[in-house]
Design a protein around this ligand. Structure first.
Ligand code: C2E
Ligand code: CA
Ligand code: CA
Ligand code: CA
Length: 281
């Protein structure tokens, strides 16, 4: 038993060392990824319940690693955040997303009533120059500010509520809207939600997943939707995969959807083909 304990420990040490090496390699790879143009955006359509029309999309970042292939943001965003590099990559994302909208507008694929959601990490948002970055990206692309929605998370709000409200209002005056992402998974209190100048609430996919089997999740979703209605927020349900989920959400007054039921995130050419062929899904 002793010997096995020792073996286990050695294995543990080895896997710790491997994990560290893995992380260090990833960090050095990420340091070059922007210059090497290894990042790209995918686009997941968002659909209106009443008309089944595409009303916008969410831009989702991907990293094309030369050896590992396409790496998930779940894996590399936390590393970028740890390195402080998320600020630069976030700015690249903003600019790339705005340029894409410009291009789609030029080609008649996008109207000024369609909205592209862009994820903003807390570190990025807390930079004093964030507003200027947003304004610059939009102005340089020459697109209406209302075509851009910034997705923030509850984690962002915790510390500097007053400061957050001031900054959000500045950006909103410029014409950009704000969504609260992954709603219900953070630890912010409902009173924050009431005070924040938000436009859209995104119902987290963890509540949507088991809607048809878990009555607690169904109750939570129903409550979130009712609350959003009272606060006059638009709602988008994320992670909709099944007809049953869609029907439930519809019956509780959710008006917009995003999920594999309609479409996964698409590469730009695929997304453009979708916009071209049918504004309906
Ligand atoms: P998120 O903002 O909550 O994005 C939604 C995630 O759910 C996406 O994962 C999307 O592919 C996935 N998804 C969409 N529909 C379904 C569905 O029906 N079922 C399931 N199971 N999943 C679905 P993805 O693209 O892997 O992104 C993961 C997270 O990485 C995002 O979660 C977001 O937090 C972060 N992220 C992605 N792009 C960016 C970015 O440009 N900047 C920042 N700061 N974070 C980003
Ligand atoms: Ca998001
Ligand atoms: Ca989300
Ligand atoms: Ca999420």
């Amino acid at each position: 038993a002793k010997a096995r304990g020792k073996d286990t420990y050695i294995q543990f040490e080895q896997s710790m060392a491997e994990a560290t090496t893995f992380r260090l390699t990833m960090e050095s790879d990420l340091r070059n990824a922007l210059d090497r143009e290894q990042f790209f955006l995918t686009y997941q359509p968002q659909v209106d319940a009443a008309t089944n029309r595409i009303i916008g999309a969410e831009a989702l970042l991907r990293w094309h690693h030369p050896v590992r292939g396409v790496v998930s943001p779940v894996e590399f965003i936390p590393v970028l955040e740890g390195m402080g590099l998320i600020v630069k990559v976030g700015e690249w994302t903003l600019r790339a997303a705005c340029r894409a909208v410009r291009d789609w507008m030029d080609r008649g694929l996008w109207t000024d009533s369609m909205v592209l959601g862009i994820n903003v990490s807390p570190q990025q948002f807390s930079q004093p120059e964030f507003f200027d970055q947003v304004r610059q990206a939009i102005d340089d692309a020459g697109i209406p500010a209302r075509c851009i929605d910034l997705e923030i998370t509850e984690g962002m709000v915790i510390n500097e509520v007053e400061e957050t409200i001031i900054r959000m209002n500045q950006i909103r005056e410029f014409g950009v809207t704000f969504s609260i992402d992954d709603f219900g998974t953070g630890y912010s209190s409902l009173s924050y939600l009431k005070r924040l100048p938000l436009d859209v609430l995104k119902v987290d996919q963890s509540f949507v997943r088991d809607l048809s089997t878990d009555s607690n999740d169904a109750a939570i979703v129903e409550t979130i939707l009712a609350m959003a209605r009272h606060l006059k927020l638009e709602t988008i349900a994320e992670g909709v995969e099944l007809e049953e989920q869609l029907e439930f959400l519809k019956s509780k007054g959710c008006n917009r959807y995003q999920g594999y039921y309609f479409s996964p995130p698409l590469r730009v050419e695929e997304f453009e083909a979708l916009l071209k062929n049918h504004q309906h899904i």
